[in-house]
Design a binder for this molecule. Structure first.
Ligand SMILES: Cc1ncc(C[n+]2csc(CCOP(=O)(O)OP(=O)(O)O)c2C)c(N)n1
Length: 260
């Protein structure tokens, strides 16, 4: 069962996302609110299992604010102050940069690059002396990029069972062609497909266990989520994809995110 501590942690991360977006006037807020439990689950797993070398790539890099806020809550920002988000010379820009921030495995922002890089890393680390698992988080509309399917095919052909993709299935298809029936697509590309409640840490951990134990093929977790999760006026609202948050929006959002 998800502990009260974990529930509060996710709420606090969401509150921090809103505060930083208001302070900076930047950030893709609903995209960030969507990924909180997925990022927390992956990093909890990496920490709990002493697999500190396992790697995570946020392929939908526009949700950087969600990644940074989660990393901060887990004490992984090496003392750098996230209050500088999107200021000049800050290590924390609107998209994650591995050149500026050591906690970022690979710079992303142009959609379609996280999975190809994760597949390359998984191929290398599958045969290294200390086998590493590689995790990557994709947007469902990001899956319109051809590079996703090229690398999906390579990953199953090379039997990369140390590769786990999480797809944030929040059905925000207003910026691209709708991407339908993920399950049959991933399974026809040779992946082990798992369907997950992307806002339940318990369900995420159960399925990450299953993915890690699965042998012979890469696994994909199709995570059902809500874009803008927790803030009613942002949930499933296309106009909020990249929009400044006023002080009034902030105060309503924080009030909604205060009930644990
Ligand atoms: C190659 C590329 N094309 C277009 C964009 C602009 N863009 C940023 S976010 C986005 C929508 C992404 O949708 P999805 O992957 O489902 O993410 P979510 O809605 O969950 O934030 C687009 C088209 C981009 N970043 N990269």
């Amino acid at each position: 069962m998800t502990s009260r501590f974990d529930t509060q942690t996710c709420l606090n991360i969401r509150r921090r996302i809103l505060q930083l977006a208001n302070k900076s006037g930047e950030g893709h807020v609903p995209s960030s609110l969507s990924i909180v439990e997925m990022v927390v689950a992956v990093y909890q797993r990496i920490a709990q299992q002493s697999l500190s070398n396992d790697l995570f790539i946020l392929s939908k890099g526009h949700a950087a604010l969600g990644l940074f806020s989660a990393l901060e809550s887990m004490g992984k920002l090496d003392g750098f102050d996230l209050d500088s988000f999107c200021e000049i010379d800050s290590p924390f820009g609107g998209h994650p940069s591995s050149m500026n921030c050591s906690a970022v495995t690979f710079s992303t922002g142009s959609l379609g690059h996280g999975l190809p890089v994760a597949a390359g890393l998984a191929h290398f680390h599958r045969h290294s002396s200390q086998r590493l698992n590689i995790y990557t988080l994709l947007g469902d509309q990001e899956c319109n990029e051809g590079s996703i399917w090229e690398s999906a095919l390579i990953a199953s052909t090379l039997n990369l069972d140390n590769l786990v993709a999480l797809v944030d299935v929040n059905r925000s298809d207003n910026r691209s062609m709708p991407m339908l029936d993920h399950e049959s697509k991933w399974s026809s590309f040779g992946w082990n497909v798992l369907k997950v409640d992307g806002h339940s840490l318990e369900d995420l951990h159960r399925n990450l266990d299953e993915a890690d134990a699965y042998s012979g093929r890469p696994s994909v977790l199709l995570c059902e989520t809500v874009k803008g999760k927790g803030v009613s006026f942002m949930e499933n609202s296309p106009e909020w994809h990249h929009k400044k948050i006023s002080l009034e929006d902030l105060s309503i959002g924080l009030a909604e995110l205060s009930i644990a």
